[in-house]
Ligand binder design. Structure first.
Ligand SMILES: Cc1ncc(COP(=O)(O)O)c(C=O)c1O
Length: 382
């Protein structure tokens, strides 16, 4: 049976081993030249400037929330239709999660509902690029600027996606990426935070390493120059241990030459599914807003034929080696998030009918057409 996994890590093993050898032989595995090189390479790939690498996207999101001033008494308006990593940092910083509804046709948080939920205590709006498709950044960025509340875009799924032909980070105060085990670019674990405001960027670089300005103090290897106690941590700038290290950066560096090809194949596969489902009465692809180019991390769609049992369809696909699934369940179903309850019809509609199909570089367009055909056939019996 041919297996179609949902996720597969791309790894140029020889190149990664060569990069790792350099790091291990140097004996310097902390944040150093490899981290700086990956930081430059990722920033150049995305066409951005104010980027700081972190040890995960969860860390990048935590830094962004901290930079927005999230603390006990603060509220953050956010979506439950995401990985828990989007929302756990809000609670961990002492903030209050305020759920807003999503548009079930895009899975993007609904700007109108966000606005209704803003209060004087709101310190940030969090949106999530579901499956690699950017949120409606025109509506959300305009709202955020008009109401003076910073916008954080969790773009963990969306490496290489664009809005109006420009980097996503042009349309949010903070944009966060993940380089975790199953992302387009994987370092094992890793992430990036891009700050629109130069002062926030300076502070982000400090907060990712306890609050010290490591960049101002390091030598050419990345090693601290002079005595540690000669540097200060300024008032209100106590940070975290969120830096990337040379080992993970070395793995990331080996991936960079392949990234364009990986993303191109994800996009071609996405287009193949959209074409295959164009006139389907069973499956409706999620709508990609006109200004967006998605990175199609997975292919997300709705089972719109109400007579089809969605969960049985997924089981039937899985039995044939097609790793279709849900990827994430709405966070508000977890007991721990129950205290933030809200009425969210768009989330319920999406969560009950969504499916994700494998879409990555390890598949061809023909594979996707075949999978789409199996979805149609199995839906008739599910
Ligand atoms: C939407 C979303 N945000 C954040 C994260 C967290 O990423 P990381 O594992 O790099 O912390 C994930 C992880 O898969 C995710 O799917």
């Amino acid at each position: 049976m041919t297996e179609y996994p949902m996720f597969k890590v791309h790894m140029d093993v020889e190149a990664a081993l060569a990069e790792l050898r350099t790091v291990l032989e140097s004996g310097f595995v902390n944040e150093g030249v490899q981290v700086s090189a990956l930081q430059r390479a990722v920033a150049e790939f995305l066409g951005v400037k104010q980027l700081v690498l972190t040890n995960s996207c969860t860390s990048a999101l935590t830094l962004a929330l901290k930079l927005c001033g999230v603390a006990p008494g603060s509220e953050v308006v956010t979506t439950p239709m995401t990985c828990v990593a989007t929302n756990t940092p809000i609670d961990n910083l002492g903030g209050t999660v305020v759920w807003a509804d999503i548009d079930p046709e895009t899975a993007s948080i609904d700007a109108g509902d966000v606005e209704r939920r803003l209060t004087p205590a709101t310190r940030a709006i969090m949106c999530v690029a579901w499956a690699g498709t950017p949120c409606d950044l025109d509506a959300l960025d305009t709202l955020a600027r008009r109401r003076g509340v910073p916008l954080i875009h969790d773009a963990a799924h969306a490496f290489g996606a664009t809005w109006r032909g420009r980097p996503l980070s042009d349309f949010a105060d903070f944009t966060c990426y993940s380089f975790q085990a199953i992302k387009h670019l994987s370092c094992g674990d890793g992430g990036a935070l891009i700050c629109r405001d130069p002062e926030a960027f300076v502070l982000a670089r400090k907060l990712k390493w306890f609050g010290y300005d490591r960049d101002a103090h390091k030598d050419e290897r990345g090693e601290w120059k002079g005595q540690r106690w000669s540097a200060d941590i300024e008032a209100g700038e106590i940070g975290f241990k969120y830096n990337m290290n040379n080992i993970t950066a070395a793995i990331g560096l080996a991936q960079m030459p392949h990234l364009k090809r990986i993303l191109d194949q994800h996009r071609r596969n996405g287009a193949a599914y959209t074409e295959a489902f164009r006139s389907s009465t069973i499956i409706r692809p999620l709508r990609v807003p006109e200004p967006a180019v998605s990175s199609y991390w997975v292919y997300s769609a709705l089972v719109v034929d109400e007579t089809v049992d969605r969960d049985r369809l997924l089981e039937a696909l899985n039995a044939e080696g097609i790793a279709a699934g849900l990827v994430h369940v709405p966070n508000d179903v977890y007991t721990a998030f129950g205290k933030y309850g809200a009425d969210l019809p768009g989330v319920r509609r999406f969560a009950d009918r969504q499916i994700s199909l494998p879409c990555g570089w390890w598949l061809s367009e023909e594979d996707c057409v075949k999978i789409a055909a199996r979805v149609h056939t199995l839906a008739r019996v599910a």
